[in-house]
Write a protein that binds this ligand. Sequence first.
Ligand SMILES: [Zn+2]
Length: 392
Amino acid sequence: MRWSFKIARVAGIDVRIHLTFLLLPLWFAFNGYQHGGAPAAIGAAVFSLLVFLCVLLHEFGHALTAQRYGIRTADITLWPIGGVARLERLPDQPMQELVVALAGPAVNVVIAAVLALALGLGGAFHDPGADANVLQLNNLPLELLIANVWLVIFNLIPAFPMDGGRVLRALLATRLPYPRATQIAANVGQGCAILFGFWAFFGGGGPTLVLIAFFIFFAAGQEATAAQMRDLTRNVRLDEALITDFKTLALDATLADAVALLLRGSQHDFPVVNSAGQVAGVLTRQDLIAALGSENGGPRLRVAEVMRTDIPSVPAGASFETAFRAMQECACPAVPVVDRAGRLVGLITPENVGEMMMIHSVLAHGGQPAWRTAAASGDASPAELAARATRG
Ligand SMILES: [Zn+2]
């Protein structure tokens, strides 16, 4: 079942809403009804939908600005907690990222300014007799103005995944390498989240704000990892990330042979190849152990009966990005890389990619001067640098 569905298409961008989003006006209406009956219920529901219209316009601010730099947006989805515009990629230039990030909050600034002008700047205050918990329909413009000001403030908190985090990263990236800028921005974001969490917890901000602080904290960490991965996948060649020192199993090998290989070395998952060296499947450690313990299994079983055949293999000429995506999509422990004849030339594994990422981040931080000069002059491939790193 799909949890989100399309409600409109504007400027070539699908607008979707997540099913849970529908709970929002209902919840607001229910809350309003408890405080002020049917009129308050309607007022609250309308208010929640108008706020989300502002959120949608905010997302269009990002999407349409990105479009000016030739970046398409797959769709914009509204969730009960906010909107998400799925840009197909991030801008390459820090200044472009800055403009795209600022375009969203700028929309809310404009909405707030228009509402303020319409209200005649201070001509319309709350009716002093009104219950603060009840949203009256005639208070809607003012409430909406306040909501937009909050949207601007909240989104400019310098923490991922808020726009403020991207603004900060873009500013840092004009002077620092991109991964380093991301790391600093993520740390600042997590620091903000901790301060915000403390304030929410001890200052009586309520459990919702504490939850938001948690959310920001983890999102900041994830963003940093995702950005480093992105940076890595762009700058690494597939052959540099390839494991070429590994053991294979023949199609007619038994599980006992596999166990021997598993125990003698540090390899966990074994490609199974036919007599021509072509990949027939992959025997994973998990499947091996399960088959050994199963009723009709045992050490004499052939690996061909246990191996996974649904793991895709990647052509050796593919980009690292393609191979990495294949590995992520199949969620498998090892992906075989094959030549044109389907013969195995190497493996990529999540562990190896993780190691590359560590080396990559050390290089981005400067690392030892020897690496830096080597990297700068371009006379050493990352694989060579990795070898130097292990040598110390
Ligand atoms: Zn935004």
